[in-house]
Design a protein around this ligand. Structure first.
Ligand SMILES: *Cc1c(COP(=O)(O)O)cnc(C)c1O
Ligand SMILES: [Zn+2]
Length: 409
Protein backbone atom coordinates (compact mmCIF):
# COMPACT_ATOMS: atom_id res chain seq x y z
CA UNK A 1 0.00 0.00 0.00
CA UNK A 2 1.27 3.47 -0.92
CA UNK A 3 -0.04 7.05 -1.00
CA UNK A 4 -0.05 8.99 -4.27
CA UNK A 5 -0.64 12.77 -4.43
CA UNK A 6 -3.63 13.68 -6.61
CA UNK A 7 -1.90 16.93 -7.65
CA UNK A 8 1.81 16.20 -8.22
CA UNK A 9 1.70 12.42 -8.52
CA UNK A 10 4.52 11.87 -6.02
CA UNK A 11 4.39 8.62 -4.04
CA UNK A 12 4.83 8.38 -0.29
CA UNK A 13 4.86 5.60 2.27
CA UNK A 14 1.55 5.00 4.03
CA UNK A 15 2.12 6.18 7.61
CA UNK A 16 -1.01 5.74 9.76
CA UNK A 17 -1.11 9.47 10.55
CA UNK A 18 -0.48 10.62 6.96
CA UNK A 19 -2.55 13.60 5.84
CA UNK A 20 -1.89 15.66 2.72
CA UNK A 21 1.11 15.78 0.37
CA UNK A 22 4.23 17.27 2.03
CA UNK A 23 5.08 19.02 -1.28
CA UNK A 24 1.64 20.41 -2.20
CA UNK A 25 0.17 21.30 1.21
CA UNK A 26 -3.53 20.95 2.09
CA UNK A 27 -4.62 20.80 -1.55
CA UNK A 28 -2.39 17.80 -2.18
CA UNK A 29 -5.02 15.21 -1.26
CA UNK A 30 -3.49 11.74 -1.16
CA UNK A 31 -4.90 8.61 -2.74
CA UNK A 32 -4.29 5.07 -1.44
CA UNK A 33 -3.02 2.55 -4.00
CA UNK A 34 -2.57 -1.15 -3.32
CA UNK A 35 -0.49 -3.96 -4.73
CA UNK A 36 -3.31 -4.98 -7.04
CA UNK A 37 -1.59 -8.19 -8.19
CA UNK A 38 -1.52 -9.32 -4.59
CA UNK A 39 -5.16 -8.26 -3.99
CA UNK A 40 -6.22 -10.05 -7.19
CA UNK A 41 -4.98 -13.32 -5.72
CA UNK A 42 -6.76 -12.79 -2.39
CA UNK A 43 -10.09 -11.30 -3.45
CA UNK A 44 -11.94 -13.42 -5.98
CA UNK A 45 -15.59 -14.20 -6.64
CA UNK A 46 -14.95 -17.62 -5.10
CA UNK A 47 -13.06 -16.43 -2.00
CA UNK A 48 -15.73 -13.84 -1.30
CA UNK A 49 -18.60 -16.31 -1.74
CA UNK A 50 -16.92 -18.51 0.88
CA UNK A 51 -16.26 -15.63 3.30
CA UNK A 52 -18.68 -15.73 6.28
CA UNK A 53 -17.83 -12.15 7.38
CA UNK A 54 -21.03 -10.12 6.97
CA UNK A 55 -19.53 -6.63 7.27
CA UNK A 56 -17.35 -4.22 5.30
CA UNK A 57 -14.30 -6.03 6.72
CA UNK A 58 -14.91 -8.85 4.24
CA UNK A 59 -12.89 -6.70 1.80
CA UNK A 60 -9.86 -6.43 4.09
CA UNK A 61 -7.25 -6.97 1.32
CA UNK A 62 -8.61 -3.79 -0.30
CA UNK A 63 -8.65 -1.76 2.92
CA UNK A 64 -5.74 0.26 4.35
CA UNK A 65 -5.73 -1.40 7.78
CA UNK A 66 -3.65 -4.17 9.27
CA UNK A 67 -5.70 -7.34 9.90
CA UNK A 68 -4.26 -7.42 13.42
CA UNK A 69 -5.39 -3.99 14.61
CA UNK A 70 -8.42 -4.16 16.94
CA UNK A 71 -11.57 -2.81 15.25
CA UNK A 72 -14.70 -1.17 16.69
CA UNK A 73 -17.01 -3.89 17.95
CA UNK A 74 -19.98 -2.83 15.80
CA UNK A 75 -21.65 -4.34 12.73
CA UNK A 76 -20.27 -2.09 9.99
CA UNK A 77 -21.54 -2.19 6.43
CA UNK A 78 -23.05 -5.16 4.59
CA UNK A 79 -26.26 -3.15 4.54
CA UNK A 80 -29.23 -4.36 2.50
CA UNK A 81 -29.71 -3.70 -1.20
CA UNK A 82 -33.43 -3.73 -1.96
CA UNK A 83 -35.05 -4.07 -5.35
CA UNK A 84 -37.71 -1.32 -5.32
CA UNK A 85 -40.19 -1.91 -8.14
CA UNK A 86 -42.99 0.30 -6.88
CA UNK A 87 -40.57 3.14 -6.24
CA UNK A 88 -39.07 2.62 -9.69
CA UNK A 89 -42.49 2.95 -11.34
CA UNK A 90 -43.19 6.10 -9.30
CA UNK A 91 -40.21 7.82 -10.96
CA UNK A 92 -40.65 6.29 -14.41
CA UNK A 93 -37.89 3.65 -14.28
CA UNK A 94 -37.95 -0.15 -14.28
CA UNK A 95 -34.84 -1.38 -12.43
CA UNK A 96 -34.08 0.57 -9.29
CA UNK A 97 -32.25 -0.72 -6.20
CA UNK A 98 -32.04 1.05 -2.87
CA UNK A 99 -28.82 0.60 -0.88
CA UNK A 100 -29.91 1.35 2.68
CA UNK A 101 -26.82 2.62 4.43
CA UNK A 102 -29.05 4.13 7.09
CA UNK A 103 -28.76 0.67 8.64
CA UNK A 104 -25.18 1.21 9.74
CA UNK A 105 -24.45 1.35 13.51
CA UNK A 106 -24.98 5.11 13.83
CA UNK A 107 -27.40 5.22 10.88
CA UNK A 108 -25.27 6.73 8.12
CA UNK A 109 -22.72 5.74 5.47
CA UNK A 110 -20.14 7.79 7.40
CA UNK A 111 -19.70 4.81 9.74
CA UNK A 112 -17.67 3.13 7.00
CA UNK A 113 -15.16 5.99 7.01
CA UNK A 114 -15.15 6.54 10.76
CA UNK A 115 -14.45 2.87 11.41
CA UNK A 116 -11.35 3.03 9.20
CA UNK A 117 -10.36 6.34 10.84
CA UNK A 118 -10.58 4.80 14.29
CA UNK A 119 -8.50 1.77 13.27
CA UNK A 120 -5.84 4.08 11.79
CA UNK A 121 -5.87 6.19 14.97
CA UNK A 122 -5.19 3.03 16.99
CA UNK A 123 -2.37 2.12 14.59
CA UNK A 124 -0.94 5.63 15.05
CA UNK A 125 -1.01 5.17 18.83
CA UNK A 126 -3.53 7.99 19.35
CA UNK A 127 -6.00 8.08 22.22
CA UNK A 128 -8.13 11.00 21.01
CA UNK A 129 -9.59 11.45 17.53
CA UNK A 130 -11.27 14.63 16.27
CA UNK A 131 -13.15 16.07 13.31
CA UNK A 132 -15.51 18.77 12.18
CA UNK A 133 -18.83 17.58 10.92
CA UNK A 134 -22.19 18.66 9.56
CA UNK A 135 -23.45 15.92 11.92
CA UNK A 136 -22.97 12.41 10.57
CA UNK A 137 -19.19 12.31 10.35
CA UNK A 138 -19.19 13.34 13.99
CA UNK A 139 -21.88 11.01 15.27
CA UNK A 140 -20.33 8.08 13.45
CA UNK A 141 -16.88 8.98 14.74
CA UNK A 142 -18.20 9.29 18.30
CA UNK A 143 -19.89 5.88 18.10
CA UNK A 144 -16.97 4.06 16.50
CA UNK A 145 -14.40 5.75 18.74
CA UNK A 146 -16.14 4.77 21.95
CA UNK A 147 -16.65 1.23 20.66
CA UNK A 148 -12.88 1.02 20.18
CA UNK A 149 -12.02 2.70 23.48
CA UNK A 150 -10.91 6.09 22.10
CA UNK A 151 -11.97 9.60 23.09
CA UNK A 152 -13.50 11.88 20.47
CA UNK A 153 -13.78 15.65 20.06
CA UNK A 154 -16.35 16.84 17.50
CA UNK A 155 -16.86 20.33 16.06
CA UNK A 156 -20.32 20.98 14.61
CA UNK A 157 -22.02 24.10 13.25
CA UNK A 158 -24.97 25.45 15.26
CA UNK A 159 -27.50 24.19 12.72
CA UNK A 160 -26.72 20.46 13.31
CA UNK A 161 -30.06 18.60 13.64
CA UNK A 162 -31.05 17.44 17.13
CA UNK A 163 -30.98 13.73 16.35
CA UNK A 164 -27.33 13.92 15.36
CA UNK A 165 -26.48 16.09 18.36
CA UNK A 166 -28.17 13.59 20.69
CA UNK A 167 -26.10 10.78 19.17
CA UNK A 168 -22.86 12.72 19.63
CA UNK A 169 -23.54 13.46 23.27
CA UNK A 170 -24.83 9.99 24.11
CA UNK A 171 -21.73 8.40 22.60
CA UNK A 172 -19.68 10.50 25.05
CA UNK A 173 -17.95 12.82 22.59
CA UNK A 174 -16.71 16.22 23.65
CA UNK A 175 -19.02 18.26 21.45
CA UNK A 176 -18.00 21.77 20.43
CA UNK A 177 -20.89 23.64 18.84
CA UNK A 178 -19.41 26.47 16.79
CA UNK A 179 -21.33 29.69 16.18
CA UNK A 180 -21.25 29.91 12.39
CA UNK A 181 -21.46 27.49 9.50
CA UNK A 182 -19.67 24.24 8.64
CA UNK A 183 -16.70 26.11 7.21
CA UNK A 184 -16.19 27.87 10.58
CA UNK A 185 -16.39 24.55 12.43
CA UNK A 186 -13.88 23.05 9.98
CA UNK A 187 -11.35 25.84 10.48
CA UNK A 188 -11.54 25.73 14.27
CA UNK A 189 -11.19 21.94 14.29
CA UNK A 190 -8.06 22.17 12.12
CA UNK A 191 -6.48 24.66 14.52
CA UNK A 192 -7.41 22.61 17.58
CA UNK A 193 -6.09 19.39 16.04
CA UNK A 194 -2.76 21.14 15.36
CA UNK A 195 -2.63 22.56 18.84
CA UNK A 196 -3.44 19.37 20.80
CA UNK A 197 -2.12 16.75 18.40
CA UNK A 198 -5.32 14.70 18.15
CA UNK A 199 -5.76 12.15 15.37
CA UNK A 200 -7.43 13.92 12.43
CA UNK A 201 -10.57 12.33 10.97
CA UNK A 202 -11.38 15.26 8.67
CA UNK A 203 -12.46 13.32 5.63
CA UNK A 204 -10.61 14.88 2.72
CA UNK A 205 -7.35 15.48 4.57
CA UNK A 206 -7.13 11.95 5.92
CA UNK A 207 -6.46 9.73 2.90
CA UNK A 208 -7.80 6.55 4.52
CA UNK A 209 -11.42 7.56 5.01
CA UNK A 210 -12.41 7.37 1.34
CA UNK A 211 -11.23 3.75 1.51
CA UNK A 212 -13.91 2.98 4.07
CA UNK A 213 -16.55 4.73 1.97
CA UNK A 214 -15.69 2.77 -1.14
CA UNK A 215 -16.85 -0.45 0.54
CA UNK A 216 -20.43 0.58 -0.27
CA UNK A 217 -19.61 0.04 -3.96
CA UNK A 218 -17.91 -3.29 -3.32
CA UNK A 219 -21.07 -4.45 -1.56
CA UNK A 220 -23.38 -3.16 -4.29
CA UNK A 221 -21.45 -5.05 -6.97
CA UNK A 222 -21.35 -8.24 -4.92
CA UNK A 223 -25.03 -8.00 -3.98
CA UNK A 224 -25.91 -7.63 -7.66
CA UNK A 225 -24.02 -10.86 -8.41
CA UNK A 226 -21.01 -8.96 -9.80
CA UNK A 227 -23.08 -7.33 -12.54
CA UNK A 228 -22.33 -3.62 -12.40
CA UNK A 229 -25.42 -1.39 -12.58
CA UNK A 230 -25.69 1.26 -15.30
CA UNK A 231 -25.88 4.11 -12.79
CA UNK A 232 -25.19 4.76 -9.14
CA UNK A 233 -26.66 7.93 -7.64
CA UNK A 234 -25.09 9.58 -4.61
CA UNK A 235 -25.36 12.99 -3.02
CA UNK A 236 -22.30 15.22 -2.80
CA UNK A 237 -21.11 17.60 -0.07
CA UNK A 238 -17.36 17.57 0.64
CA UNK A 239 -17.04 15.04 -2.17
CA UNK A 240 -15.45 12.18 -0.23
CA UNK A 241 -18.46 9.90 -0.52
CA UNK A 242 -18.75 10.19 -4.28
CA UNK A 243 -14.97 9.77 -4.53
CA UNK A 244 -15.19 6.58 -2.50
CA UNK A 245 -18.14 5.27 -4.50
CA UNK A 246 -16.26 5.86 -7.75
CA UNK A 247 -13.00 4.38 -6.48
CA UNK A 248 -14.71 1.21 -5.29
CA UNK A 249 -16.00 0.41 -8.78
CA UNK A 250 -12.77 1.40 -10.51
CA UNK A 251 -10.81 -0.96 -8.27
CA UNK A 252 -13.25 -3.82 -8.80
CA UNK A 253 -12.86 -3.31 -12.53
CA UNK A 254 -9.07 -3.23 -12.23
CA UNK A 255 -9.23 -6.50 -10.28
CA UNK A 256 -11.43 -8.10 -12.95
CA UNK A 257 -14.33 -8.57 -10.51
CA UNK A 258 -16.76 -6.51 -12.65
CA UNK A 259 -16.59 -5.97 -16.39
CA UNK A 260 -17.38 -2.25 -16.51
CA UNK A 261 -17.64 0.79 -14.26
CA UNK A 262 -21.13 2.22 -13.67
CA UNK A 263 -21.83 5.86 -14.44
CA UNK A 264 -21.90 7.97 -11.29
CA UNK A 265 -24.70 10.50 -10.85
CA UNK A 266 -23.51 13.12 -8.35
CA UNK A 267 -26.31 15.16 -6.81
CA UNK A 268 -26.01 18.51 -5.05
CA UNK A 269 -28.60 20.79 -3.49
CA UNK A 270 -29.48 23.79 -5.64
CA UNK A 271 -28.82 26.08 -2.64
CA UNK A 272 -25.22 24.89 -2.28
CA UNK A 273 -23.72 23.38 -5.42
CA UNK A 274 -20.09 24.46 -5.91
CA UNK A 275 -19.00 21.07 -7.25
CA UNK A 276 -21.94 20.83 -9.63
CA UNK A 277 -21.01 24.21 -11.12
CA UNK A 278 -17.33 23.26 -11.41
CA UNK A 279 -18.39 20.01 -13.11
CA UNK A 280 -20.54 21.87 -15.64
CA UNK A 281 -17.70 24.30 -16.42
CA UNK A 282 -15.25 21.46 -16.91
CA UNK A 283 -12.82 22.69 -14.28
CA UNK A 284 -11.39 21.31 -11.01
CA UNK A 285 -11.60 24.64 -9.18
CA UNK A 286 -14.82 25.70 -7.51
CA UNK A 287 -16.22 28.98 -6.26
CA UNK A 288 -17.30 28.84 -2.58
CA UNK A 289 -21.04 29.23 -2.00
CA UNK A 290 -23.36 29.97 0.92
CA UNK A 291 -24.95 26.89 2.52
CA UNK A 292 -28.64 27.35 1.75
CA UNK A 293 -30.42 24.00 1.85
CA UNK A 294 -32.25 21.89 4.41
CA UNK A 295 -30.03 18.96 3.40
CA UNK A 296 -27.54 19.76 6.17
CA UNK A 297 -25.18 16.86 5.41
CA UNK A 298 -24.43 18.18 1.93
CA UNK A 299 -24.54 21.88 2.79
CA UNK A 300 -20.82 22.32 2.21
CA UNK A 301 -19.89 25.71 0.77
CA UNK A 302 -16.15 24.96 0.65
CA UNK A 303 -15.83 21.29 -0.33
CA UNK A 304 -12.54 19.72 0.76
CA UNK A 305 -12.28 17.01 -1.82
CA UNK A 306 -13.06 18.65 -5.18
CA UNK A 307 -10.37 16.91 -7.22
CA UNK A 308 -11.18 13.36 -6.17
CA UNK A 309 -14.93 14.01 -6.38
CA UNK A 310 -14.91 15.53 -9.86
CA UNK A 311 -12.51 12.93 -11.21
CA UNK A 312 -14.72 10.15 -9.85
CA UNK A 313 -17.77 11.48 -11.70
CA UNK A 314 -15.93 12.41 -14.91
CA UNK A 315 -13.89 9.20 -14.91
CA UNK A 316 -17.08 7.16 -14.89
CA UNK A 317 -18.57 9.13 -17.77
CA UNK A 318 -21.07 10.27 -15.15
CA UNK A 319 -23.16 13.39 -14.67
CA UNK A 320 -24.08 15.87 -11.99
CA UNK A 321 -27.47 17.44 -11.27
CA UNK A 322 -28.90 19.75 -8.65
CA UNK A 323 -32.20 19.44 -6.82
CA UNK A 324 -34.28 21.94 -4.87
CA UNK A 325 -35.34 21.52 -1.25
CA UNK A 326 -38.91 20.87 -2.42
CA UNK A 327 -37.68 18.10 -4.70
CA UNK A 328 -35.74 16.63 -1.77
CA UNK A 329 -38.83 16.65 0.46
CA UNK A 330 -40.84 15.01 -2.34
CA UNK A 331 -38.16 12.33 -2.72
CA UNK A 332 -38.29 11.60 1.03
CA UNK A 333 -42.04 11.04 0.63
CA UNK A 334 -41.85 8.97 -2.55
CA UNK A 335 -39.14 6.73 -1.16
CA UNK A 336 -40.86 6.28 2.20
CA UNK A 337 -44.26 5.52 0.69
CA UNK A 338 -43.10 3.23 -2.08
CA UNK A 339 -40.06 1.50 -0.65
CA UNK A 340 -40.52 1.65 3.13
CA UNK A 341 -37.13 3.31 3.59
CA UNK A 342 -36.55 6.56 5.48
CA UNK A 343 -33.90 8.89 4.12
CA UNK A 344 -32.64 12.09 5.71
CA UNK A 345 -32.72 15.09 3.34
CA UNK A 346 -29.12 14.73 2.11
CA UNK A 347 -29.74 11.06 1.37
CA UNK A 348 -33.05 11.75 -0.36
CA UNK A 349 -31.24 14.25 -2.58
CA UNK A 350 -29.69 11.40 -4.55
CA UNK A 351 -33.19 10.00 -5.19
CA UNK A 352 -34.50 13.42 -6.17
CA UNK A 353 -31.59 13.49 -8.61
CA UNK A 354 -32.58 10.08 -9.97
CA UNK A 355 -36.14 11.25 -10.50
CA UNK A 356 -34.86 14.32 -12.32
CA UNK A 357 -32.46 12.30 -14.47
CA UNK A 358 -35.29 9.90 -15.35
CA UNK A 359 -37.61 12.79 -16.22
CA UNK A 360 -35.06 14.48 -18.49
CA UNK A 361 -34.12 11.23 -20.24
CA UNK A 362 -30.54 11.23 -18.96
CA UNK A 363 -31.33 7.84 -17.42
CA UNK A 364 -33.34 5.57 -19.73
CA UNK A 365 -36.26 3.60 -18.26
CA UNK A 366 -34.68 0.16 -18.69
CA UNK A 367 -31.30 1.03 -17.20
CA UNK A 368 -30.29 -0.57 -13.91
CA UNK A 369 -29.91 2.05 -11.22
CA UNK A 370 -28.77 2.04 -7.60
CA UNK A 371 -29.56 4.92 -5.24
CA UNK A 372 -27.67 5.14 -1.96
CA UNK A 373 -29.49 6.10 1.24
CA UNK A 374 -26.53 7.72 2.95
CA UNK A 375 -28.36 8.56 6.21
CA UNK A 376 -31.56 7.55 8.01
CA UNK A 377 -34.55 9.91 8.15
CA UNK A 378 -34.92 9.65 11.93
CA UNK A 379 -31.72 11.67 12.32
CA UNK A 380 -33.64 14.76 11.29
CA UNK A 381 -37.21 14.36 12.48
CA UNK A 382 -38.08 17.97 11.83
CA UNK A 383 -37.39 17.67 8.10
CA UNK A 384 -39.03 14.24 8.00
CA UNK A 385 -42.21 15.73 9.45
CA UNK A 386 -42.07 18.54 6.90
CA UNK A 387 -41.98 15.94 4.15
CA UNK A 388 -44.53 13.65 5.73
CA UNK A 389 -47.89 15.45 5.83
CA UNK A 390 -50.49 15.45 8.60
CA UNK A 391 -52.10 12.62 10.59
CA UNK A 392 -55.88 12.42 11.08
CA UNK A 393 -56.80 14.47 14.17
CA UNK A 394 -60.08 13.27 15.78
CA UNK A 395 -61.62 12.30 19.11
CA UNK A 396 -61.93 8.62 20.15
CA UNK A 397 -65.11 8.21 18.08
CA UNK A 398 -65.81 5.71 15.28
CA UNK A 399 -68.23 7.90 13.34
CA UNK A 400 -65.74 10.77 13.38
CA UNK A 401 -63.17 8.30 12.02
CA UNK A 402 -65.62 7.18 9.33
CA UNK A 403 -66.13 10.76 8.15
CA UNK A 404 -62.41 11.48 8.22
CA UNK A 405 -61.54 8.37 6.20
CA UNK A 406 -64.29 9.14 3.68
CA UNK A 407 -62.93 12.66 3.28
CA UNK A 408 -59.47 11.23 2.48
CA UNK A 409 -60.65 8.56 0.03
C1 LIG B 1 -21.67 13.25 4.46
C2 LIG B 1 -22.92 12.90 3.78
C3 LIG B 1 -23.10 12.99 2.40
C4 LIG B 1 -22.06 13.53 1.46
O1 LIG B 1 -20.76 13.07 1.67
P1 LIG B 1 -19.51 14.02 1.31
O2 LIG B 1 -18.34 13.17 1.53
O3 LIG B 1 -19.58 15.18 2.24
O4 LIG B 1 -19.70 14.43 -0.09
C5 LIG B 1 -24.29 12.62 1.87
N1 LIG B 1 -25.31 12.17 2.64
C6 LIG B 1 -25.18 12.05 3.98
C7 LIG B 1 -26.33 11.56 4.76
C8 LIG B 1 -23.99 12.41 4.59
O5 LIG B 1 -23.89 12.32 5.92
ZN1 LIG C 1 1.82 16.57 -4.15
Amino acid sequence: MELVCTLCGRTDEAAPDARTCPHCGVEGILDVVYDYDQVRRELTHVSLAANPERSMWRYLPLLPVSPDTPRPNLRLGWTPLYRADRYARAIGLRNVYVKDDGQNPTASLKDRASAVGVVKAVEAGATTIACSSTGNAGSSLAGNATAAGLRSVIFVPERAPQGKLAQLLLFGATVVMVKGDYEDAFRLSAEAIDRWGWYNRNAALNPYLVEGKKTVSLEIAEQLGWKAPDWVAVSVGDGCTVAGVGKGFVELHKLGLIDRVPRVLGVQAEGCAPLYRAFKEGVERFVPEPEETLADSIAVGVPRNPVKALRAVRGSNGEMVTVTDDEILAAMRTLGRNAGVLAEPAAAASFAGLAKAAATGLIRPEEVVVGIVTGNGLKDVRSSLRAAGEPIHIGPDLSELERALAARA
